[in-house]
Ligand binder design. Structure first.
Ligand code: HEC
Ligand SMILES: [Cu+2]
Length: 295
């Protein structure tokens, strides 16, 4: 429709550009008043023009209203609510459930069942961020002290990349989000696995790693459900080894990348809110064995 309007405007412009040449053939001399028939034609033409313009604007308003209603209705059909809290520079993701002990938290990843509308509640802890998964929806800001909402539906299975779309400081570019749309049953299985507390370490090395984790600075900032670690400064690590990436999409998940991150987060993401914790090489290996088991 807009293309048609554009084409009509261009044609009229062209006509206006060509016409004066014809006019030159008229007898010279000033015309104080157009003759009666010309005047009547002009009036009729202008009236038609005004009515046409009004009709087009009203039609477009109608379309816009219908689409907005559809989007709103989508929100009422939402079966799932996810609360996303943006922080410098990572995403805290909470899956809410009417039954409180069926809620859980993860970080930097959102999993959704395909074709199901999901309500996303957006908050920010420090500065303004913007939630943006280009293939799923438009940008919505996350503003400290305010709660915004958006509804997303993934029509096709697959992985979508999200990215903070509002400059939020030094590591703004390293604030990405993995969105994974999966079939309903796979999603439910994932949800059950996330609800479970962390698996207990099974060998000597990981047990030592857990001991180091729970007695060093890590415990001041991270949660591992099922242990005494229950701080919420950094991401929940209960199932960290099952995530596609670490540090908000900065590195794909692997034991090697995890080692690099824990040994020196400031080299990988300068300015990030995780400090270098002085661990010996042996302690680092144990912590790695422990975290890599948190599937
Ligand atoms: C002062 C708080 C603090 C301390 C202490 C701390 N962390 Fe972190 N940690 C964070 C924050 C904040 C992030 C998120 C950083 C980012 O992505 O910008 C993080 C991220 C991580 C991640 C990546 C998680 C993910 O899903 O992206 C791992 C793994 C991790 N920390 C392990 C540890 C370990 C092991 C220790 C102890 C040796 C530790 N942290 C100590 C605050 C802390
Ligand atoms: Cu941000």
């Amino acid at each position: 429709m807009l293309a048609a309007v554009y084409a009509v405007v261009l044609v009229l412009l062209l006509v206006a550009a060509i016409r004066p040449r014809r006019r030159r053939r008229l007898p010279p001399g000033p015309a104080f008043r157009p003759e009666e028939p010309i005047e009547r034609r002009l009036t009729r033409g202008l009236t038609a023009w005004a009515v046409g313009t009004a009709a087009i604007v009203l039609t477009l308003t109608g379309f816009s209203y219908a689409v907005d209603r559809d989007i709103l209705a989508l929100g009422h059909r939402a079966e799932l609510t996810i609360e996303v809290t943006a922080k410098q520079w990572w995403w805290q993701v909470r899956y809410d459930d009417p039954v409180p002990n069926r809620s859980f938290e993860t970080a930097n990843e959102i999993r959704l069942p395909v074709g199901v509308p999901v309500r996303v509640v957006l908050k920010a802890q420090d500065v303004i961020h913007s939630f943006w998964v280009p293939n799923l929806h438009g940008k919505t800001d996350l503003i400290p002290g305010r709660v915004n909402e958006t509804v997303i539906v993934a029509d096709r299975e697959g992985r979508y990349r999200g990215q903070c779309a509002e400059f939020c400081g030094f590591q703004h570019a390293n604030m990405a989000l993995d969105v994974v749309a999966m079939p309903r049953d796979q999603f439910e299985a994932w949800r059950e696995s996330q609800l479970a507390p962390a698996v207990a370490p099974s060998d000597e090395r990981s047990r030592e790693g857990q001991r180091v984790f729970l007695t060093s600075a890590c415990v001041m900032c991270h949660t591992v459900r099922g242990t005494t670690a229950a701080s919420r400064v950094g991401p929940d690590l209960t199932h960290v080894a099952a995530r596609p990436s670490i540090a908000a999409g900065t590195l794909p998940y692997s034991k090697g990348n995890l080692a690099g991150w824990i040994a020196d987060p400031q080299r990988i993401k300068p300015g990030s809110q995780m400090p270098v914790v002085g661990l010996s090489a042996d302690q680092l290996q144990s912590v790695l064995a422990y975290l890599d088991g948190l599937k």
